[in-house]
Design a protein around this ligand. Structure first.
Ligand code: F6P
Length: 327
């Protein structure tokens, strides 16, 4: 491993924002300043990097942000970053500014961009998992998941009040493109009668028999949590089939982007704060292409390669809990 002297680092948030990203930015900036490093903020993720939207940060730049959702660095999705010539431009900008290492707070797509910057141009990178989806391999937890689950769960609790009062079945759609972690946790925590995963064919017979079994047992309402999957709004089509083919009428509520905002929970604040500091420590130890992760409730630094896939591993094994308890 080469002994590269790290004197200045940059931090960015990338992809969908998530509550707790600000805590991670604050932690990176203050830990870096504590180590006498220069620290830069890159606005709007990789898009901002190639547009040179970079500014020097100090301890006050991150004052009074710990309790705010969103990200003070702004964020974006940058499909152009999949092209090598775009990454070359980014690497040149980092070099021109004497930035020795990059901290990327984002999801698996953002990590892929970071890994390419390292492999192709030798830039030291470290990833901090930040997405409400909790869908990154190699970590049990991503910043923002806990807050998003709390927001969705509170909404489901409210809908249950009205569902119960009016003898209704509700389909409540939660976020998670190509992932079901939010659906699984919200479904278990709110006692949903069914959870529909993002990638499975909808089993209408099962939903119908579960709803009817509940009615026989004296239940007068049902809550079905639907992972949004590839296309938000799929619940409307599911409701239509339930009505037309199974004589089950239902109401649909798509929770949408409300799940991405709000003040972060203590868990999101805590882990983001610990992970940001660890990220700076790892860079100073000359770890060049790593990620800070949570495994078994402890923070670790692991090779970034372990965190490059979409994965529901942290939640998927709990599906049986919901099935057992929702009789
Ligand atoms: O950030 C993750 C996520 O919220 C997914 O759960 C959701 O499907 C997607 O982003 C929506 O992204 P956007 O608002 O950028 O279209």
């Amino acid at each position: 491993m080469s002994e590269k002297l790290i004197r200045s680092i940059a931090v960015m948030t990338s992809g969908g924002d998530s509550p707790g990203m600000n805590c991670a930015i604050r932690s990176v900036v203050r830990a870096a300043i504590g180590e006498r490093l220069k620290v830069y903020g890159i606005k709007r993720g990789y898009q901002g990097l190639i547009n040179n939207e970079i500014y020097e940060m100090n301890a006050s730049s991150v004052g009074s942000i710990i309790h705010h959702g969103g990200t003070v660095l702004y964020t974006s999705r940058c499909p152009e970053f999949k092209e090598k010539q775009t990454r070359e431009k980014a690497a040149q900008i980092l070099e021109d500014r004497d930035i020795d290492a990059l901290v990327v707070i984002g999801g698996d797509g953002s990590f892929k961009g970071a890994k390419a910057l390292h492999d192709e141009f030798g830039i030291s990178v470290i990833g901090i998992p930040g997405t409400i989806d909790n869908d990154i391999s190699g970590t049990d937890y991503t910043i923002g998941f806990d807050t998003a689950v709390q927001t969705a769960m509170e909404a489901v609790d409210k809908i249950r009040d009205t569902a119960q009062s009016s003898d209704r079945t509700f389909l409540i759609e939660v976020m998670g493109a190509r992932t079901s972690s939010i659906a699984l946790k919200v479904g278990i925590c709110s006692g949903a009668e069914n959870i529909l995963l993002n990638n499975e064919k909808v089993n209408y017979e099962k939903i119908s028999s579960d709803v009817r079994r509940g009615i026989r047992r004296g239940k007068n309402s049902s809550i079905i949590i639907v992972a949004e999957g590839e296309s938000p709004g799929r619940s409307y089509q599911i409701a239509k089939v339930l009505e037309e083919k199974h004589e089950i009428s239902s109401k649909v509520c798509v929770l949408g982007h409300i799940q991405r905002g709000g003040s972060p929970t203590p868990d999101d604040r805590f882990f983001a704060s610990v992970m940001g500091k660890e990220a700076v420590g790892a860079l100073l130890q000359n770890l060049e292409c790593h990620a800070v992760v949570v495994r078994d409730a402890k923070v670790h630094v692991v090779p970034l390669d372990e965190c490059m896939q979409k994965s529901d591993h942290a939640m998927i094994n709990y599906l049986g809990v919901s099935e057992t308890l929702s009789i």
